[in-house]
Design a binder for this molecule. Sequence first.
Ligand SMILES: *Cc1c(COP(=O)(O)O)cnc(C)c1O
Length: 394
Amino acid sequence: MSEQFLIPTYARQPIAFERGEGVWLYDQAGERYMDAVSGVAVCNLGHAHPAVTRALSEQAARLVHTSNLYRIPAQEALAERLCRLAGMEKVFFGNSGAEANEAAIKLARLHAHRRGIEHPVVLVMENSFHGRTLATLSATGNRKVKEGFAPLVEGFRTLPYNDLAAVDAAADDANVVAVLAEPIQGEGGVRVPDDGFLAGLRERCDRHGWLLMLDEIQTGNGRTGGYFACLEQGVQPDVLTTAKGLGNGFPIGACLVAGAATELFGPGSHGSTFGGSPLGCATALAVVDTLEREVVPTVTAKGERLRAALRERLADLPMVREVRGRGLIIGIQLDRDAGEVVARARQAGLLINVTAGSVVRLLPPLVIDDQELDFLADTLSRVLVEFARDSERP
Ligand SMILES: *Cc1c(COP(=O)(O)O)cnc(C)c1O
């Protein structure tokens, strides 16, 4: 095994997995690890879920790809299912989150030109993450993601997150045509905005004729306790993007539209060779069906149980500033760099992630059961107590 021929875009951990089942991953030596990352909010149904395996293998044996030159029944069925779930009208399918957001950004441009605005501006948020393509990294509110890639795509203006007054001040600019935001910022450190923030954005977008574009690539597909996070807040966007958990590991992304965003794309104005393939859509249909019927209704209670267990066990640790999140996207804010916690947890049989430097992020599969939740809380608390003892105060 050698990384010699890989472009080192990731600092990978020195471990490889051979097999997965539910919340567990098994390495090449047969050691078992609890996966509390889910491939970064992707395997929401856990590993090797029978309904997903069945859909994937049956469809693979029948028909993998035909292209969008022809009708694809599974694509039409998945689009209808997602629209009914989210209260949206139409869907475009791509293969990733970044592609879903690219579609959204192109829609904002079309919306602008329709209104006679030649140099449109999309309002985006500090600490946001929207992807690694040129347009989506230009929309991202994180310097490190943009570094070295100038000239960036123009037409984005960055505002502080969770700050409606800043949005009001930006409305003086007649070139603003849309707002792009995450309902909870995932990569940015599991930042949960105030309850009225999304509704406040909706209200401003209505008042000014802007598109409200919500990036639910990480928060969607049950992660926060509703199928989409915006629905829990009673907010209907004009554009909703999702990916990650939609295929449970099969690459698929979707850009859902409603209202003023519905009629902007037509034949020839956007496309994808692989997007919405029979294989991807048959798999995602099984994922959405299983999530909606069996799993999403359990997520809020599981999240509350896990946060309560963590708060109780970490109460005496001054290093822990806050345990926050909704459903099963949870951030533990430390007062110091948390990077070292990843290896310590792995050595204790637990896979976690650290984001924004000092935030331990938990994204366990949504199928996790109570006993497994307690194992997660116990193991992580033990690791954090030891880390607090061994590391220096900032
Ligand atoms: C992961 C992520 C993306 C990018 O998705 P890719 O599939 O990696 O292109 C965009 N937005 C958010 C909020 C994400 O979490």
